[in-house]
Ligand binder design. Structure first.
Ligand SMILES: NC(=O)c1ccc[n+]([C@@H]2O[C@H](COP(=O)([O-])OP(=O)(O)OC[C@H]3O[C@@H](n4cnc5c(N)ncnc54)[C@H](O)[C@@H]3O)[C@@H](O)[C@H]2O)c1
Length: 280
């Protein structure tokens, strides 16, 4: 079991939801934190909350994880000023639900830039330094249910979240020789800011109803943070946070016919619930 005290930890998406709850919990465990988010005010609130609890934030800076140069500069300040990270946690993400014919090119770009390039930038800027330091470590990426299941209306989100599962699996084996553990966490519904900010290309009434249904099954960000920290402590590779998704994934692997029927039904239900906003 990994002791977290004095570990140097970088967390993206720390201003809200899962990233904020993880940063606060890791601050309480005695970690030395480096935090970022595109939302400067939210980030300051997280830093204040950690400091009030006596936690240590070494550096916090607002930037877009999709901006490579910004990541390079922040990583240089950390690597040169404090040495290699012990733990990297990729949390920042955005979501978009749409039928493919209602998506503009910039919809694809925005989600891929944040959810995929953001993670690639962090891996590129921190992992070689962790390898050179030779003291092992841990990388965690937050994927999603959409990273393991072809959820309807999630085409671009699923593309990015499946990519995180694939990259994590490769790195799990590639980095073993460097004693760097890799984990990928696939949350089901979590009650966070994402529920409000998710861009849904459907009419407003249907969207509000879908949000209410989602929240009924959601866990708290604090519970998600507990599971993420448990993943690190117990050096697990793959974690699904809710029972319904574990069941669906089990069906996909072992009873594909049942999975196929469930997916047909789910698609029909979502098509009916989320009526397309044709005016868009
Ligand atoms: N909430 C859920 O139900 C759920 C389910 C599965 C997976 N996830 C994943 O969990 C992660 C955290 O999401 P959350 O639910 O806590 O949502 P959230 O909206 O509360 O937090 C996401 C954070 O990422 C930040 N962010 C967005 N774009 C950014 C960018 N370009 N650069 C830097 N920061 C950026 C936001 O400002 C926000 O603070 C995401 O990757 C999301 O895809 C969430």
């Amino acid at each position: 079991m990994q002791n977290l005290k004095d570990r140097k930890v970088f967390i993206t998406g720390a201003a809200s939801g899962i990233g904020r709850a993880t940063a606060i919990a890791m601050g309480k465990s005695g970690c030395c934190l480096f935090l970022t988010d595109i939302d400067g005010e939210g980030l300051r609130n997280t830093v204040d909350a950690i400091s009030r609890d006596g936690g240590k934030v070494y550096l916090a800076q607002a930037f877009d994880v999709g901006d490579y140069q910004a990541m390079v500069e922040f990583a240089q300040r950390i690597n040169e000023g404090y040495g290699a990270l012990d733990i990297l946690i990729n949390v920042a993400g955005v979501a978009l639900f749409s039928q493919i014919e209602d998506m503009k090119h910039n919809n694809w770009e925005k989600v891929i830039r944040t959810n995929l390039w953001g993670v690639i930038h962090a891996l590129e800027c921190f992992v070689p330094e962790m390898i050179r330091a030779g003291k092992g470590g841990h990388i965690v990426s937050i994927s999603s249910t959409a990273g393991i299941i072809g959820l309807p209306w999630h085409v671009v989100y699923a593309a990015t979240k499946h990519a995180l599962v694939g990259m994590s699996e490769v790195l799990r084996y590639d980095l073993k020789k460097h004693k760097i553990d890799v984990s990928v966490v696939c949350p089901g519904a979590v009650n966070t800011g994402l529920v409000k900010t998710v861009e849904i290309h459907a009419n407003k009434e249907a969207t509000d109803k879908a949000r209410r249904l989602f929240l009924k099954r959601a866990i708290t960000p604090e519970r998600a943070a507990e599971l993420i920290i448990g993943t690190i402590r117990n050096r697990k590779f793959f974690v699904i946070t809710s029972f319904d998704i574990k069941f669906l994934f089990f069906c996909k692997k072992y009873c594909f016919f049942v999975y196929h029927l469930i997916m047909l039904l789910l698609t029909r239900t979502m098509d009916k619930t989320l009526k397309r906003d044709i005016a868009r």
